[in-house]
Design a protein around this ligand. Structure first.
Ligand SMILES: [Zn+2]
Length: 67
């Protein structure tokens, strides 16, 4: 990131500017839509569905397709 004081480039892991020794602001993580998060949601949806199906089967009153 660029130093807000002198404008020189600093690596992301630097806490102070190598040139003017001013403390650098923490890099703020960009809030982007994470595709992994979306797939996680679908994982839980599938898990809930599987749970419901197994519960219904435990009841044994549901006619299954094709016997
Ligand atoms: Zn600086």
């Amino acid at each position: 990131m660029d130093c807000p004081n002198c404008g020189v480039y600093n690596p992301e892991d630097r806490k102070v500017c190598w040139r003017c020794d001013k403390p650098l602001p923490k890099p703020t993580p960009e809030k982007r839509r994470d595709p992994r998060r979306m797939s996680q949601v679908w994982f839980y949806v599938a898990l809930a569905l599987a749970l419901v199906v197994s519960l219904v089967r435990l009841c044994g009153n549901v006619p299954t397709m094709g016997g």
